[in-house]
Design a protein around this ligand. Structure first.
Ligand SMILES: Nc1ncnc2c1ncn2[C@@H]1O[C@H](COP(=O)(O)OP(=O)(O)OP(=O)(O)O)[C@@H](O)[C@H]1O
Ligand SMILES: [Mg+2]
Length: 717
């Protein structure tokens, strides 16, 4: 019991794999020489001994099917008899077994009942068969597992917690893994999380040799993971950034190694998917109500008829027994009435429509074909027709009252273009689109980038200091990863497409972000290669709404570069920027009025002594095991103040084809639409108008600013 209790909070993985090979050659790059016959005992041999102790860890096989060969009949019948009409007919069948009551032959009830049960049963069986097939397919996918120091092909379902597995480009991630190493510089791994949240992210890896991982019990929170790794007596904190989750796909990464932390049903994907349940639509519910009403009606009729029988038998029938004898066992008129009640229940059984459910199922099936065949829902570009994946819910489609949608990437294309900017009180990009700026003077420029305002290039060429500072900031302050497979052919991998657009803009104007290591950023500034020391990244999150980097230039100057939402950054500016602030605000409003996504950029020169002290505290906070986030955000707040304003950027993200028309049609059908966005308010309102979410007839578009439920309620009133 005690053991189990301990288990539900933490589970402990004893790895103890003697990774002599990694041990002797610390560093991820050595792994590139794989495969090597390495004399080391893999994790399995050791883990097996302790298997008894950890037998409650799940295996990696998954099961989404509901039945197996033996459980199908009882389980499916049990489910089907939960329908009132089916249960009723079963009840009738039992009644008919009583000879005094039985008024019709038994097969009048059995035949339709069996027919209905078979039709529904066959449909459920086919559905479940398909689930079995897909489960089998997934469970039998091959993966390479490190066993006794050698890579062996295994099936997914045989992978165990504590195994080390190797994944290659475009592989699905087998289980929830702790990333150990990869082919990319600094052991980065790129993943596509389409099945989880549709984002594209980078993951940083760690290296380790012999250790123990302690982590929280399996849960369904996709964006968090807390654990510790103990390595030769030292503790390291593990977080979400170091995990590869099942359901993702490896991209742009030749290979990577991972340690299985959660497997099978314990993985975050499966923890989120829930059980396959029987879904009821409102028609189902309505049918159940109707059937209940019919029952009441039937009971009433039978009652009246039974009472009539009782009165007649009492007054007349009793004296006529010679002529009309009572059935065997019947001794009194009330008893006769009681039996007659049940006889009528059988005789009038056709009042309850047993075929109702089957008819509705068949209509749904037909409906789903119409959905599949709908030409208007066919998207020729991707050759994608509409697909009704379930037949049980399609009438609900017409009942939709609310649509919840994301904005970026759902309504818009998620293709960000750097369009305009404001630097030191001067706005650029507000020109008619005539002649494109020629970037041919810059050999590293991205040929796909277009810009029309020539005055900005002039400013750069004239060595205008704020303009240089502006683009230097854009080339330094981000989390983009560059890829240069061949000399001069730069490709940026950006977690956030906005950042990708900004870095590309800086690249074209002559501030080319070229390479990144954990300690340095290489920028080619107007043809001259400069290596900046990257001292700290104050990362972005949606509460801070800003991100900063602290870098040291080759000349030795310490600078903090910050970019973020205007509402936030304006609070952090030095008072000497007030005049510039006003001008920039004007430009920001213009940009937002056109529906552009804006960011404000600022910098601050740092004092060396102060910074040394700060970075020491920063290091302590970032390795703290408790309250890490709070401590860090306090430190961030401390250093991100008294910033010097540089300007603002404006990025365009076009609406997808047909969005305004679609929203208009949905609005005509009185469907209410909610769109989620983190944009500046003016930008959001403007896009609301351009996609027909808002229109001029809406007299009072109003804004609710409360941040507690009481405040919001008050404003709504
Ligand atoms: N990479 C970034 N660096 C600095 N600030 C950013 C960055 N990305 C967004 N911001 C700022 O933070 C605010 C909130 O952005 P966030 O990404 O959380 O919104 P979101 O919910 O993702 O919305 P959307 O889907 O429209 O991007 C934005 O309005 C922007 O001003
Ligand atoms: Mg965003």
């Amino acid at each position: 019991m005690c053991f189990y209790f301990f288990f539900s909070f933490y589970f402990l993985l004893v790895l103890g794999f003697n990774y002599r090979w990694w041990n002797s050659q610390a560093g991820s790059d050595q792994l590139a020489t794989y495969p090597h016959p390495v004399p080391c005992s893999g994790p399995r041999s050791q883990k097996r001994e302790s298997d008894k102790q950890y037998h409650e860890l799940e295996s990696n096989s998954i099961k989404t099917s509901k039945y197996n060969f033996f459980t199908f009949l009882p389980l499916n019948l049990f489910e089907q008899f939960q329908r009132i009409a089916n249960a009723y007919f079963l009840f009738l069948l039992i009644l008919q077994l009583i000879p005094q009551i039985s008024s019709l032959s038994w097969f009048t009830t059995v035949v339709p009942l069996v027919l209905v049960l078979t039709v529904s049963g066959v449909k459920d069986a086919i559905d479940d068969f398909n689930r079995h097939r897909s489960d089998n397919h997934v469970n039998n996918r091959p993966v390479q597992v490190l066993i006794n120091g050698m890579l062996k092909d295994e099936k997914w379902m045989n992978v165990q917690v504590g195994d080390i597995i190797k994944l290659e480009n475009n592989n699905f991630v087998t289980a929830d893994l702790l990333l150990l190493s990869s082919s990319e510089p600094h052991s980065l791994t790129y993943i596509e999380t389409a099945e989880l949240d549709g984002k594209f992210s980078t993951i940083f890896s760690i290296l380790f040799f012999t250790g123990e991982v302690r982590c929280e019990a399996p849960n369904n929170k996709l964006d968090r993971f807390a654990g510790t790794l103990t390595l030769q007596g030292e503790k390291y904190a593990l977080d979400n950034e170091k995990m590869l989750l099942r359901g993702c796909t490896i991209r742009n990464t030749e290979w990577c190694f991972g340690l299985v932390i959660y497997a099978g049903p314990d993985t975050k994907l499966m923890q989120n998917s829930g059980k396959t349940t029987f879904k009821r639509t409102s028609i189902d519910r309505l049918m159940n109500v109707l059937v209940l009403v019919i029952f009441a009606f039937l009971a009433l009729m039978c009652l009246i008829l039974a009472i009539g029988n009782g009165i007649w038998e009492h007054d007349k029938g009793y004296y006529f027994q010679v002529y009309l004898p009572w059935a065997e066992g019947v001794t009194s008129a009330p008893y006769s009435a009681f039996l007659m009640f049940w006889s009528y229940v059988i005789i009038l059984n056709t009042v309850v429509p047993i075929s109702l459910y089957v008819s509705v199922e068949i209509i749904r099936l037909g409906n789903s074909f119409y959905i599949d065949w709908d030409r208007k829902m066919y998207y020729p570009v991707n050759d994608t027709p509409a697909q009704a994946r379930t037949t049980t819910l399609n009438e609900e489609l017409g009942q939709i009252k609310y649509i919840f949608s994301d904005k970026t990437g759902t309504l818009t294309q998620n293709i960000m273009c750097f369009n305009k900017c404001s630097i030191n009180g001067k706005s650029y990009g507000m020109v008619s689109k005539t002649e494109k700026v020629d970037f041919s003077y810059n050999q590293l420029a991205d040929p796909k980038f277009v810009f029309y305002d020539h005055s900005l290039v002039e400013a750069v060429k004239l060595n205008d200091a704020p303009t240089h500072m502006f683009f230097r900031l854009l080339s330094l302050c981000h989390t983009v990863m560059p890829e240069e497979k061949e000399e001069g052919n730069l490709v940026y991998q950006a977690q956030s497409p906005d950042e990708g657009a900004l870095v590309t803009a800086a690249r074209n104007f002559g501030f080319v972000f070229r390479a990144r290591t954990p300690e340095t950023i290489t920028v080619v500034e107007m043809g001259e290669t400069k290596i900046y020391k990257l001292l700290a990244i104050l990362d972005f999150n949606n509460v801070r709404k800003r991100m900063s980097v602290i870098v040291q230039s080759p000349e030795g100057d310490l600078t903090l570069y910050c970019k973020g939402a205007d509402t936030i950054l304006y609070e952090l500016l030095h008072s000497s920027c007030d005049a510039l602030k006003e001008e920039t605000t004007e430009h920001l409003n213009e940009f937002a009025g056109e529906g552009l996504r804006t960011l404000v950029v600022a910098y601050k020169n740092l004092d060396e002594k102060y910074f040394e002290n700060w970075i020491r505290r920063h290091h302590a906070a970032s390795t703290a095991l408790e309250g890490r986030e709070d401590k860090l955000s306090e430190l961030y707040e401390e250093i991100e103040k008294d910033l010097m304003l540089l300007g603002a950027t404006a990025i365009e993200d076009k609406l997808q084809d047909g969005v305004p028309q679609t929203i208009e049609t949905l609005a005509k059908a009185s469907i209410k639409i909610w769109v989620l966005t983190g944009d500046k308010q003016e930008t959001a309102v403007n896009i609301g108008y351009s996609c027909n979410l808002l229109n001029d007839d809406m007299a009072d578009v109003f804004i609710i600013e409360g941040s507690t439920s009481d405040a919001v309620l008050n404003e709504l009133r």
